[in-house]
Design a protein around this ligand. Structure first.
Ligand SMILES: [Zn+2]
Length: 349
């Protein structure tokens, strides 16, 4: 029996030497300490021994069992430490690897144009104001010198919500609201960017929803010369230092006189190309001197005050500036278009 224990001890020593990982160690534990282990077999055989032999063998067996247990436990600790270290080694962060690419959004071309225009006019002392997109008929038409029955008020052209409310056709109601709201009737210098709506059939140059930036200056002694100087600065800022502008007579109900403003072609410099259709000039906006009726209706004495107003289409500016040929591109949220625009923007810089 003693020999058996001795032999078992040396076989165990040899076996534990071969263990390289925790799984193998677990098998070894079952083999030597489990219910069907060799140690258990020997223990079963002890039943037949004399009391004295039992005592002696029992002691030896306990010693062997304790020694096997403690050797297994210490190897277990050692292997666990080793596994943790190799895991740490494997999962170590390599700070020299290139970083994961994060997609950053760009500024939409319309937003870009609006931001540029706002920046310019703020630098000239203008306030930037906004107003509701669902507007009273009174502010959208009537106060802008478009009385009931005026052809421009055709219900087929606008999105009416009730008889007296509609989606605003232009940002001009903000001008009306500002003039009415200015109780002291002090001078005004504002631009109003925002969304506007018309019942247009969408095509390459028309959209039922589009943007406008309107400008309004009301003060004493404001003349067409002030308007021209202001729009010249605008044209140079948006289309380049060498641009010139020209006025052509036009008609809007809320201005008198009214003008269309052209900028000299930024592509050919005025010689004539396909962008300016051979004329050397490109139409960019409408403007005029605020109609005395509008001033009076909004509480400004038109004998004392004069003013000018203009309306810029950010879509048109962006199409010209970045060579975009379909207005619908602005609204379809196609990333390919926006990425393309990003490239154009870099080239222009
Ligand atoms: Zn041209």
């Amino acid at each position: 029996m003693k020999d058996e224990l001795q032999r078992l001890s040396s076989v165990f020593e040899a076996d534990i030497e071969k263990v390289t990982n925790l799984n193998e160690l677990n098998d070894l534990r079952v083999n030597y300490l489990g219910k069907k282990s060799k140690l258990q077999e020997i223990s079963n055989m002890m039943r037949d021994l004399s009391a004295e032999e039992k005592k002696e063998c029992g002691k030896l067996m306990n010693e062997l069992k304790t020694s096997i247990e403690s050797k297994i436990n210490s190897l277990k600790e050692e292997l666990e430490k080793k596994e943790l270290n190799s895991k740490l080694e494997k999962e170590r962060i390599d700070v020299t690897l290139p970083a994961t690419k994060i997609n950053v959004g760009g500024v939409h071309p319309i937003t870009k144009v609006i931001n540029d225009v706002e920046e310019l006019f703020i630098s000239m002392g203008y306030d930037v104001l906004e107003g509701p997109e669902v507007e009273k008929d009174l502010y959208n038409f009537e106060m802008l010198n478009l009385p009931k029955g005026h052809p421009a008020r055709d219900t087929q052209d606008s999105f009416y919500i009730t008889e007296d409310t509609l989606l605003r056709k232009q940002t001009s109601p903000v001008q009306v609201r500002t003039m009415l709201g200015n109780k002291e009737k002090t001078p005004i210098r504002i631009i109003c960017p925002g969304k506007t709506y018309r019942k247009d059939n969408d095509d390459a140059t028309h959209s039922h929803e589009f943007h406008q930036i309107e400008g309004l200056v009301v003060d004493t002694n404001i003349s067409m010369a002030d308007l021209k100087g202001t729009l010249e600065i605008f044209a140079k800022k948006m289309f380049g230092e060498n641009r010139e502008i020209r006025f052509r007579p036009s008609h809007f109900p809320f201005t008198e006189p009214s003008i269309e403003v052209d900028v000299s072609c930024f592509n050919c410099g005025g010689k004539g190309c396909n962008i300016c259709k051979g004329t050397g000039w490109i139409e960019i906006l409408g403007a005029g001197m605020v109609h005395p009726n509008v001033l009076n209706m909004c509480g400004y004495d038109s004998d004392k005050f004069t003013g000018f107003a203009f309306g810029i289409g950010p879509e048109r500016i962006a199409m010209l500036k970045y060579g975009i040929n379909d207005i619908r591109n602005f609204y379809i949220d196609d990333l390919r278009f926006l990425k393309e625009f990003d490239k154009v923007e870099k080239v222009l810089k």
